[in-house]
Ligand binder design. Structure first.
Ligand code: ADP
Ligand code: ADP
Length: 206
């Protein structure tokens, strides 16, 4: 049976950082709703125009837009053997919609305390060419690409506080919903990038 994996956790937990390694190990393509929405905003598509103000305030984009985005993405050929969801689902409605279209084998939940999240998000930088995610202290970029790094507009202290509040109110209750279905795999995300990757790969190779 073809199954998909959910990568779950608060904003800035390290989902994107770990996703490429998990994709490599499992052969399942990463589907990040955050990345897809940012592309929609940069292309000024209808979806981008609708999503932009929510994203800039650090609140969730309405479920119907997200569910449509995911349903369309899953029709693409590379999704046929299951996918790795990153940053989706984020509400109970999204999770229920998802369970009616794919089989989930596990929900890898990267757990990180709020104080650490704030440091991670405020120091996050991205290379617009390779899309590699860096951190000013925890994962510094090589000197030669420092000049081209970008910082996300929503990666400021004020918006992070809203994103954390949104996470605790609307998203974190999903972890017990998945735990009740015996799908939740808790991973201590308050370790180095390499240690978290090792813990996840130990689980995946079992
Ligand atoms: P998410 O996709 O969950 O929002 P990211 O993967 O973008 O999170 O990581 C957020 C920031 O924290 C990035 O700057 C990344 O380099 C850094 N980071 C990720 N994992 C760790 C870790 N285990 N320890 C320290 N910093 C990390
Ligand atoms: P992070 O993991 O750092 O919070 P994302 O890139 O996953 O960042 O998301 C950025 C923003 O995009 C969120 O604050 C939210 O507005 C929107 N978004 C992303 N995924 C979803 C989703 N599944 N449901 C609703 N809104 C979403």
């Amino acid at each position: 049976m073809t199954t998909s994996i959910v990568l779950f956790g608060p904003p800035g937990a390290g989902k994107g950082t770990q996703a490429s390694k998990i994709s490599e190990m499992t052969g399942k393509p990463q589907i990040s709703t955050g990345d897809m929405l940012r592309i929609a905003v940069s292309e000024a598509s209808d979806l981008g125009a609708k999503a932009q103000s929510y994203m800039e305030s650090g609140i969730l984009v309405p479920d119907e837009l997200i569910i449509e985005l995911i349903s369309n993405r899953l029709k693409q050929e590379d999704a046929i053997n299951g996918v790795l969801f990153d940053g989706f689902p984020r509400t109970l409605n999204q999770a229920i919609a998802l369970s009616s279209i794919v089989d989930i084998s596990s929900v890898i939940s990267i757990e990180v305390p709020d104080e650490e999240i704030i440091k991670r998000i405020v120091g996050r930088r991205m290379d617009p060419i390779t899309k590699e995610i860096y951190h000013i202290s925890f994962k510094p970029a090589p000197d030669e690409i420092q000049g081209r790094l970008i910082q996300r507009k929503d990666d400021n202290v004020e918006t992070v506080m809203n994103r954390l509040k949104t996470y605790h109110q609307q998203t974190s209750p999903l972890s017990s919903w998945y735990d009740d279905q015996n799908l939740l795999i808790p991973i201590d995300g308050n370790k180095s990038i390499e240690e978290v990757a090792t813990d996840i790969s130990k689980f995946l190779s079992n």
